[in-house]
Design a protein around this ligand. Structure first.
Ligand SMILES: C[S@@+](CC[C@H](N)C(=O)[O-])C[C@H]1O[C@@H](n2cnc3c(N)ncnc32)[C@H](O)[C@@H]1O
Length: 222
C-alpha cells in the first residue's frame, strides 16, 4: 500500500472512531445542558461524522416520506430539531423551499444558516412552549430528535398546535423509547383527543448497516 493510501485509510478509521464516540455521547445524554454542550462541540464536524462516518440514512428517508404525502411545493414546512440542515437539503431536492428550521443549539443553527436552505431559523427549546402562533405551518418534519437524552413525547402536542388542520407531520422516534419514554401513550392520547392520527409507521435503520431501531412515523393533524 502506498504511504498516501495508508494515511487516507488511517484518517478514515480515526474519523469512524470519533463518529462512534460522539454517537455514544449523544445516546448517553442525561440533561438538556449536556445536549447543548454536545451539539456546541459537534456542530462544525456534524455533517462529516453523520454522513461519511456513520452513514446516516434518516434525513433522506424522512424527507421522502413527507414528500410522498405533501403535494404543494409551496407548503410552509417546520423542520424541528433541524440541526445543521441535512433534512432541508433533502426536502429541497424534492422541490420544497419554504422551510423554517427550529433548534436550541446556536452553533448547529449557525451551520444551517450558511447553507441558505431555510426561510427563517428559530432558536427555541422543544421542552418548553413555542413562541409560534397556532396553525402556522402546512407540514412538520423531525429527524433524530426524539431519541435518547433529547426531546420527550410532550413536544408532540405543542408541534401539533402550530400545524394547520389536516397537515402531515413526519418524524423519527427511537424504537427503544417508543413505549419506555411514553411516545406510544402520548400518540394514543393525541388520537383520543382528536388532535392527530398516526397514519403510518415503518421500522428502518438510522444508519446504514445498523439495526432497524428508528420508527419512521407519519402523523396527521386532525
Ligand atoms: C441528532 S440531531 C438531528 C439534527 C437533524 N434533524 C438531522 O437529522 O441531522 C438532534 C438535534 O436536536 C436538537 N435538540 C436537542 N434537544 C433539543 C431541544 N430540547 N429543543 C430544540 N432542539 C433540540 C439538537 O441541538 C440537535 O441539533
Amino acid at each position: 500500500m502506498h504511504k498516501s493510501e495508508h494515511r487516507a485509510k488511517k484518517a478514515a478509521s480515526l474519523e469512524d472512531a470519533s463518529s462512534a464516540a460522539l454517537l455514544e455521547r449523544a445516546y448517553g445524554l442525561d440533561t438538556s445542558g449536556e445536549a447543548r454542550d454536545l451539539y456546541r462541540d459537534w456542530a462544525s464536524t456534524y455533517d462529516a461524522h453523520l454522513e461519511k462516518g456513520l452513514r446516516y440514512l434518516a434525513p433522506q428517508r424522512i424527507a421522502e416520506i413527507l414528500a410522498e404525502v405533501l403535494e404543494d411545493p409551496s407548503a410552509l414546512i417546520l423542520d424541528i430539531g433541524c440541526g445543521t440542515g441535512l433534512v432541508a437539503d433533502y426536502l429541497s431536492g424534492h422541490g420544497f423551499n419554504a422551510i423554517d428550521g427550529l433548534d436550541f443549539s446556536p452553533e448547529m443553527l449557525a451551520v444551517a444558516a450558511e447553507k441558505s436552505l431555510y426561510r427563517t431559523l428559530i432558536e427555541a427549546d422543544l421542552e418548553k412552549p413555542l413562541d409560534i402562533a397556532d396553525e402556522s405551518y402546512d407540514a412538520a418534519i423531525c429527524c433524530g430528535t426524539f431519541t435518547h437524552g433529547h426531546v420527550g413525547p410532550q413536544a408532540l402536542a405543542e408541534i401539533c398546535r402550530v400545524l394547520r388542520p389536516g397537515t402531515p407531520f413526519a418524524c423519527t422516534i427511537h424504537a427503544h423509547l417508543w413505549e419506555e419514554a411514553g411516545f406510544a401513550a402520548e400518540i394514543a392520547s393525541l388520537e383520543a383527543r382528536c388532535i392527530a392520527v398516526l397514519e403510518e409507521v415503518t421500522d428502518e435503520p438510522y444508519f446504514e448497516g445498523a439495526p432497524a431501531d428508528a420508527r419512521f412515523c407519519m402523523l396527521r393533524r386532525r
